[in-house]
Design a protein around this ligand. Structure first.
Ligand SMILES: N[C@@H](CCC(=O)N[C@@H](CS)C(=O)NCC(=O)O)C(=O)O
Length: 232
């Protein structure tokens, strides 16, 4: 049996990994860290050169010297291929294989940096009327509109089946909105998909273990969850 530990900085993208492991029914330990005040606390920074969450520790082969893997996308592929028998991924023979790959990579490769750029513009005090802010806003609307269109004609990002692409993307529209507000009123495809995905028992169990204080109803509402307030 796999001996896995997830290191998760609460209120963050680390939630993808417990979600994945719960879906695959793979047992794991979870170690929780709190933001200090916004970024990682020293205990997490000491674990890996990038000091970011999630981290997966795998002591299956060598308990004395466990493997430590960062990058949520890499962790997702590692777990699926090593312990999940390929479940939650589509194989190259599947007609939607290219869709699966595209949407699996879209969150970290495009959507998330795009939203984060607008968040940074706001943090740097750029006026929303300023062209530079509007450029970041236009790009967010383009990415979110693209995803919404996909979900208006498909139950899940890769097509009819729930896959790791949905797991990678969910947090961008739930917990990530605690940092950068994003009203989803004009995106009914995303709202309906969020409801479907977050109703899954695996998501509910994962959030109970990783972020029990999050209000999951608010997280999937059109207006979104409350802003993150750092502990002083
Ligand atoms: N591309 C990485 C990003 C990891 C990342 O930046 N995680 C954030 C949590 S949302 C973090 O740990 N931030 C704390 C810090 O950078 O100090 C991934 O997908 O795992």
């Amino acid at each position: 049996m796999a001996k896995l530990t997830v290191h998760h900085l609460q209120v963050g993208q680390g939630e993808r990994i417990p979600f994945l492991l719960e879906e695959l029914d793979i047992p794991y330990e979870i170690k929780l860290y709190q933001r200090n005040p916004f970024l990682a606390p020293p205990e997490l920074k000491e674990k890996h050169p990038m000091g970011a969450s999630p981290l997966l520790e795998d002591a299956t082969s060598d308990p004395e010297n466990p493997l430590l893997l960062a990058e949520s996308g890499a962790i997702v592929e590692y777990v699926i291929n090593k312990y999940g028998n390929g479940r939650l991924a589509l194989p190259p023979s599947h007609p939607n294989y290219a869709d699966y790959l595209y949407w699996l990579h879209f969150s970290n490769g495009n959507l998330q940096p795009t939203i984060f750029r607008r968040f940074q513009a706001r943090m740097f005090g750029i006026d929303p009327a300023d062209q530079r802010f509007q450029g970041t806003d236009e790009r967010v609307k383009r990415a979110v509109g693209h995803l919404n269109k996909r979900l208006e004609s498909n139950d899940y990002l890769a097509g009819d089946e729930f896959t790791a692409a949905d797991i990678m993307t969910t947090w961008c529209f739930t917990t990530m909105r605690r940092f950068e507000p994003l009203d989803l009123t004009d995106y009914p495809g995303i709202l309906a998909w969020l409801k479907r995905v977050t109703a899954r028992p695996a998501y509910q169990r994962a959030m109970k273990r990783g972020d029990p204080d999050e209000d999951l109803e608010k997280a999937i509402s059109a207006e979104g969850p409350p802003r993150f307030v750092p502990k002083s």
